[in-house]
Design a binder for this molecule. Structure first.
Ligand code: KG4
Ligand code: ZN
Length: 350
């Protein structure tokens, strides 16, 4: 069976084909057309521009995915598409394209939740004999942290989720993007912050201390808007020469990255303890951050001998079609031919 996954929820146009052979999964193609160059000048995603680009790119990306998978269109058995959460105009492009394709090929569609897809990409294991996740990893605490979301989710099994906390304002990735824009580091901000944070500081006198928002609060919510504002205040009080210096940019990048990591690790590990989690599952663009991955591993090893830490390979943390195909596979009982019911849901909850 060949399963197609489509995501147009933000600024990447993504199509993937996943082959299911019995209980084995095989990735046949995973094509991403990035709009980074277009949104770079705005320092963030511009929804109407993103929609226009998706409309133009999706048929091209689809053809490329088919070609790379070495299959014909009529060999697709099931379609899956992100219906939300995401940018509404962008979501509609993927949803409408998928509906047209489904009618043409006479196959059903699985509507996919983007947040669930960021979690389920962790279970696409081509070497595994069985794709049914081992029950020993549940209950799991999932942290989905991206440009649009920062959520902690208690997962009992595939399909059974409880949102236990989320950001009250900006997402962690959004905070990186805004700080990077302020410092002129480039877009997207996360990778730019990561790159600068790896550089050495030689001026030991230059110092900065940023807050760890809500880290002491007993709930599982987050807030990253204040962190961004704290950087802005520090920036404004510095002389122009310092602001523009590479040393200052490195210093802020290191500290803002560490502040975000401290809060994410602290809240996730506390949730894992409270809910006696057997695993911690990470997903979303910010999880591509090497320092975050390293510190999560160190802390889990230190504090949780019996709790498994699961995260995707770096390239599958950011948006991709494969995560949607995976979510389609694990939710195949939700496949429907009632296409009128499939609509873009920008504020869809898990
Ligand atoms: O999951 P994603 O591709 O899209 C959303 O669903 O939002 O996440 C994109 C976010 C951006 O904010 C980007 O700056 C951040 O993930 N990001 C990173 C890294 N790579 C991407 N943040 C920190 N370190 C990275 N290496
Ligand atoms: Zn995403």
């Amino acid at each position: 069976m060949n399963l197609l996954g489509i995501d147009t929820s933000c600024d990447d146009t993504c199509v993937a084909i996943l082959e299911v052979q019995g209980s084995r999964l095989k990735v046949k193609s995973n094509i991403i057309s990035s709009q980074i160059k277009i949104h770079k000048k705005y320092g963030g995603v511009f929804p109407t521009l993103a929609k226009r680009e998706h409309k133009k790119n999706l048929p091209i990306v689809f053809k490329k995915a088919i070609k790379e998978a070495k299959i014909k269109e009529n060999q697709i058995d099931l379609l899956s598409v992100t219906v939300g959460p995401g940018l509404e105009p962008c979501l509609w492009i993927g949803v409408n394209f998928t509906k047209d394709l489904a009618k043409k090929l006479n196959v059903p569609i699985v509507p996919v939740n983007h947040i669930e897809a960021h979690i389920l990409i962790n279970f696409v294991d081509e070497n595994s004999k069985s794709q049914i996740p081992n029950l020993k990893i549940f209950p799991a605490i999932c942290l989905v942290v991206s440009g649009g979301h920062t959520q902690l989710i208690l997962m009992e099994k595939i399909g059974k989720y409880r949102l236990i906390g989320e950001t009250r304002d900006d997402a962690a990735g959004e905070c990186f993007d805004k700080v990077a824009r302020l410092l002129g580091l480039g877009y997207p901000g996360g990778p730019a912050i990561e790159k600068f944070s790896k550089l050495q500081i030689t001026n030991g006198k230059l110092q900065i201390g940023l807050p760890r928002p809500m880290i002491k609060q007993k709930n599982y919510d987050f807030s990253f808007a204040g962190l961004k504002t704290a950087v802005l205040y520090d920036f404004l009080k510095r002389p122009e020469k310092i602001r523009k210096s590479k040393e200052y940019k490195i210093l802020v990048a290191k500290e803002v990255q560490q502040a975000v990591i401290d809060v994410l690790i602290s809240k996730t590990l506390r949730a894992a303890k409270e809910f006696s989690a057997k695993s911690i599952i990470l997903g979303g663009g910010v999880v591509a951050n090497e320092e975050l991955r390293k510190q999560f591993l160190q802390n889990c090893n230190l504090q949780f001998a019996n709790c498994k830490l699961i995260f995707p390979p770096k390239e599958l943390c950011t948006d991709n079609g494969l995560m949607v195909a995976a979510a389609g596979y694990f939710n195949k009982e939700k496949a429907t031919n009632d296409f009128d019911k499939i609509v873009a849901e920008p504020n869809l909850r898990i």
